[in-house]
Design a protein around this ligand. Structure first.
Ligand SMILES: *Cc1c(COP(=O)(O)O)cnc(C)c1O
Length: 423
């Protein structure tokens, strides 16, 4: 009986459940919703099977660091989503890790980063990713480079001149929400024998599936939208099986595995991902267009707005023309002190350092994600002192906008009082 092809939303609900480890298992009952298998080790009646498990088969559980059924169920679900439409799941593998950064480090190591190698990243990549390329890998003898990945000519000349092992890029960058042209970047990388690694955290497989656009490995901080509730940390790499040995070898040796409880929670989160993304993206689109008209707001960054520099690309690359669920904006004339009073005036929105939760969150890049840069370095990458990032949650847009409005008004009052007392 051939299996029907389901939608990606349906796959998010069912994939990775009701797994059968052996033909015999088909004859017994199995749970609708899988549970947690925390066992560190497994015993085998058949020593030949144990030998296979120890030697080459990450799907046969033997010892946690080599693979675990709960983690494998989550990995299977993520493979199904990232391979949806066009790719054969059987040809892909996934390895879940204890955090998004562990997944990025795993992907880089499996791609061959090390002494004498050049590695490249998008210049506005996530802060810790930047540090891996700028500081950590260079300590082991690699050379790290950065390039503006929205400038394809710059990418081509970097690839031609420096011949890096890989280029790592984010589908949607943070906090300015630039969109990477993944198909064009994959073609360019492959023309110069480089791998394209894509951090798909902000887009999720609901908006975009980088492997089908030519990426070699896709990475998630599952801590964000996949888990979705701000209560579990994890990461994952999904890649073609040709990278499986390198990925498995590194994870086995370094032990960056995701725990069983965390895998179970992330897999549970996945089941509502499509609903959350749909609501969070529509909330974000509404809030971004409202903010455009507010006098306190100098500039709005959102890939779903027609004024965004990669609006056309976002429309064609992302499912249903969605623009994601993060909106950044500049408060007119605001300095650090004014943004601090904005953060302190919020009553609903949480001034917290993460994205992708069910809660709406506000982050101030100049003092969090980009605090290591000087004011002029920040200005050079387009991050001004009045810029804040909103990760839109599941609340109603009226409640979110009302909170923003009252907090911005309070901020203006505080600033007026301050200038009065100074004059
Ligand atoms: C949060 C984040 C990471 C790091 O993930 P952790 O789970 O915090 O280790 C990497 N990339 C992006 C785009 C992120 O938002």
């Amino acid at each position: 009986m051939s299996r029907p092809e389901f939608s990606v939303e349906t796959k998010a609900v069912h994939s990775g459940e009701r797994r059968r480890f052996s033909p015999e298992r088909e004859k017994v009952a199995y749970p609708v919703a899988g549970g947690v298998s925390p066992s560190v080790s497994y015993v085998y009646d058949d020593s030949e099977l144990l030998d296979a498990a120890l030697g080459s088969d990450p799907d046969l559980p033997v010892y946690f660091r080599y693979g675990n059924p709960t983690t494998a169920a989550f990995e299977e679900a993520m493979i199904a989503l990232e391979c949806h439409e066009g790719l054969d799941e059987e040809e892909y593998c996934g390895f879940a890790t204890g955090s998004g950064m562990a997944a990025i480090q795993l992907a880089m190591a499996a791609a061959g980063a090390g002494a004498g190698k050049t590695i490249a990243a998008s210049q506005d990549c996530y802060g810790a990713t930047y540090s891996l390329v700028a500081d950590l890998w260079p300590r082991y003898g690699a050379q790290g480079l950065f390039v503006d990945t929205t400038d394809l000519d710059a990418v081509r000349s970097m690839l031609e001149k420096s011949r890096p092992l890989f280029l790592i890029v984010e589908t949607i960058s943070n906090p300015l929400l630039r969109v990477a042209d993944l198909r064009a970047l994959a073609d360019l990388c492959h023309a110069y024998d480089a791998l394209l690694l894509v951090d798909n955290t902000f887009a999720t497989p609901l908006l975009c599936r980088p492997l089908s656009l030519g990426a070699d490995m896709v990475i998630h901080s599952a801590t964000k939208y996949i888990g979705g509730h701000g209560d579990v940390m994890g990461g994952i790499v999904v890649a073609h099986r040709r990278h499986r040995e390198n990925l498995w070898d590194y994870i086995k040796k370094t032990g960056s595995n995701l725990g069983a409880q965390e895998a179970w929670l992330l897999h549970r989160g996945l089941k509502t991902l499509a609903l959350r993304i749909e609501r969070q993206c529509s909330n974000a689109a509404e809030i971004a267009s409202q903010l455009l008209g507010w006098p306190e707001v100098a500039r709005v960054y959102y890939p779903g707005l027609s004024g965004h520099p990669q609006f056309g690309l976002a429309q064609s690359q992302f499912a249903d023309g969605l623009g994601g669920a993060v909106v950044s904006f500049e408060v007119a004339g605001a300095d650090r002190q004014r943004i601090f009073s904005l953060l302190e005036s919020l009553q609903l929105i949480q001034p917290a350092t993460t994205v992708g939760d069910v809660y709406t969150l506000m982050l101030y890049p100049a003092h969090s994600s980009h605090r290591a840069l000087s004011k002029s370095e920040r200005a050079a990458v387009g991050i001004r002192d009045g810029l804040v990032r909103l990760s839109i949650g599941l609340e109603t847009t009226d409640d979110i906008l009302n909170d923003l409005r009252q907090a911005l008004q309070r901020t203006v009052e505080i600033a007026d009082r301050r200038s009065l007392s100074e004059s």
